[in-house]
Design a protein around this ligand. Sequence first.
Ligand SMILES: Nc1ncnc2c1ncn2[C@@H]1O[C@H](COP(=O)(O)OP(=O)(O)O)[C@@H](O)[C@H]1O
Ligand SMILES: Cc1ncc(COP(=O)(O)OP(=O)(O)O)c(N)n1
Length: 272
Amino acid sequence: MINSYPQALTIAGSDSDGSAGMQADLHTFFARGVYGASVMTACVAGNSYGIHASVPMPTDFIDQEFADLADDYHIRAAKTGMLADSELIEDVVKNYQAADFGPLVVDPVIMTKHGNQLLEESAFNTLRTKLIPLATVLTPNFYEVQKIAEMTIHNDDDMIMAAKKMQAMGAKNVVAKGSHADNQQTTVRDYILLASGEGFWLSEPYHQTDRVNGTGDSLSACITAELAKGTPMKQAIEIAKQFVNTAIGHPIEVGHKFGPINHWAAQDRSYN
Ligand SMILES: Nc1ncnc2c1ncn2[C@@H]1O[C@H](COP(=O)(O)OP(=O)(O)O)[C@@H](O)[C@H]1O
Ligand SMILES: Cc1ncc(COP(=O)(O)OP(=O)(O)O)c(N)n1
């Protein structure tokens, strides 16, 4: 019985307004009924207007965070978020490989949707060659798909080709998130390529709202939470897409500009 409750880990940056980063991951783990632990990699100061400062954690501190969790907790799935630079990526790779933390969801946080760069340009190669090969699931947004696959996406065929390229880099399953830049669109579509080779699109209604901070973090955290519970991969991804869509579709009034999504929307019976 000891340590039997599903436990998941976020290896990510702290975002002070709680809308994204580690805080969004922990909100999501809680909402999905999974215990959440955290390895803090960086701290970001920001609010609903934007990000204003950022500091990376020292790698010996990160090593200690991993060691303490490995000594005591039974982590069944983990995810990465903001890793800031090459040194941090290499440190996280070293620690993850030494631990037994289950499947790894890699959210390759490069840039927020408001244009804040959270990974140094010089770290792209380390991300491609060292972290992506460890990914059980890779969840790039539309911008990150193009950066990682080194191609411009014009249509569905391009997206499918980019997903195959990322799988060839070593990611077992790929969730390539589509664009939502057009506020006239009625749906949002992500392309999924599973380890089996099965590929399909997941579609949900588009919501016109400014309260979309942390959507990518929450999607990858929900997949992680489901994997920690033992949910099969395809179902975990489908649950995550619906979870995030419900959370975007029932916005809460927090912050003045680009606010957080509503992590408890899926549980609130008044929305059903
Ligand atoms: N306005 C929106 N309406 C509905 N779904 C959205 C909206 N914005 C983002 N999503 C969904 O949220 C998920 C996270 O995607 P995205 O916002 O692109 O990630 P990131 O936060 O990494 O940039 C995707 O499944 C995407 O389709
Ligand atoms: C500390 C920190 N990590 C990640 C993000 C970006 O979150 P993400 O969900 O990938 O993107 P947005 O939806 O917020 O653009 C962040 N802001 N802070």
